[in-house]
Design a protein around this ligand. Structure first.
Ligand code: NAD
Length: 367
């Protein structure tokens, strides 16, 4: 494991994106998002993606780095964003910004998104909306392009990890917004891929095969064995499954996008519904600040006995609010660098060589 300084990583990732036919603005936006995910502790949706997914998507035409996303105002509080398969990191920005304009004017903004390629870490869009003062909800699907998850009682890969994200500003009560950003499967597929790159096994309870056995070999899953279980796993998977079906439909209907079962031959193609709400229409900022303070106090005041665990990949063992781990991780990683397994650095250096930007490989990547 090596720590890479954010100031070294970001120009490198920018060069990788630019080396794959993107202009400077696209390269900057994609690199900023990927590095932000690395900083937030979601390396599964960070720079590694240039090696595990995006290079191939660009080469196969699943991402079009030259495309211009189109924003169409549909009504006083509604808009549609056609991503035209530009990087999701670019499309996501346009979609949130369209929602901010709507919510500033009308108090509420509902934005449908289609053909967004891969929107990456959805929490970034929640942070962008809360940063402008709005509450935020996102329902995301992959338009039937990434069948990875089984319905409860099955081990067939039928639908995708359909993430949900929610954001609420903290109204000055905390140094960060409250952001829940989760796949509706036991875990995001990116976490499995990342472990396969790193040669690490999976915790039990993420993946099931048709014999009912849990699969812990990350590469075996990548090679086609078993299916991810919906959030809740063997005990309550029907709940994560239900949330996922709603994400399929809300993203499909509001995004005017496909759903699983209407599969298309692309790698990943997100559709989404983003909703932004102006909290000041309903209550004062002072009252909202008191709500967040009370909630934070009661959660932080919960005891955290040694024997009671949060889970194999949850962040920390203390009682915290969603969004708090990402805020703390960003602070630490900005100061101390971002930890990467050497296999990941090798993979990214390889992408740089393939795309003719090897001169941009940071010296710190060397073994
Ligand atoms: P995860 O299991 O790491 O959960 C992350 C969420 O849980 C965060 O909101 C975090 O603040 C909260 N959290 C973590 N530990 C906590 C603790 N101890 N106490 C309280 N809250 C805690 O996430 P995941 O489901 O594996 O998803 C990872 C990423 O994958 C997300 O950023 C998601 O948007 C992304 N994703 C994207 C797609 C796509 O198609 N674009 C698909 C699936 C997932």
């Amino acid at each position: 494991m090596k720590r890479i300084d954010v100031d070294e990583l970001e120009p490198f990732v920018r060069a990788l994106v630019a080396g794959l036919d993107a202009d400077d603005e696209v390269a900057s936006e994609v690199a900023a998002s990927l590095v932000e995910a690395d900083l937030a502790g979601h390396g599964s949706h960070g720079s590694i993606r240039m090696g595990t997914l995006y290079r191939e998507m660009v080469e196969d035409g699943d991402i079009d780095p030259q495309a211009a996303p189109e924003v169409e105002r549909l009504g006083p509080t509604t808009a549609a964003v056609e991503g035209n398969c530009q990087y999701g990191q670019v499309v996501g920005r346009r979609a949130v910004d369209a929602g901010i304009t709507l919510a500033e004017e009308g108090g509420v903004g509902v934005v449908g998104v289609r053909n967004a390629a891969h929107l990456g870490r959805i929490g970034e869009w929640a942070e962008r909306a809360t940063g402008a003062g709005f509450c935020f909800v996102a329902f995301v699907n992959t338009g039937g392009t990434a069948p990875l998850v089984a319905p409860p009682g099955s081990a067939d890969r039928r639908f995708s990890t359909n993430p949900l994200a929610f954001g609420v500003p903290s109204f000055g009560a905390l140094p960060h917004p409250i952001v829940l950003d989760i796949a509706t499967s036991q875990v995001a597929h990116g976490k499995v891929t990342k472990r396969a790159v790193e040669g690490r096994p999976l915790p039990t309870g993420w993946i099931v095969d048709e014999t009912g056995e849990t699969v812990t070999d990350s590469q075996a899953y990548e090679d086609g064995r078993g299916a991810l279980m919906p959030l809740g796993g063997l005990t309550a998977g029907y709940k994560g499954f239900g949330l996922s079906m709603m994400a399929e439909l809300f993203a499909g209907i509001v995004g005017d996008h496909r759903v699983s079962g209407q599969d298309e031959a692309r790698r990943v193609n997100n559709g989404a519904m983003f909703v932004l709400v102006d909290p000041t229409l309903f209550s004062t900022s002072e009252a909202n600040r008191e709500r967040v303070e009370a909630l934070a106090e009661t959660i932080h005041g919960a005891s955290s006995p040694e024997a009671v665990k949060t889970g194999p990949v949850a962040k920390g063992e203390e009682a915290v609010l969603p969004g708090e781990p990402e805020h703390e991780t960003k602070r630490t990683r900005r100061a101390e660098g971002i930890p990467f397994h050497e296999e990941t650095l090798d993979l990214l250096a390889d992408v740089a060589r393939r795309t003719g930007v090897e001169a941009s490989i940071p010296a710190s990547f060397e073994r």
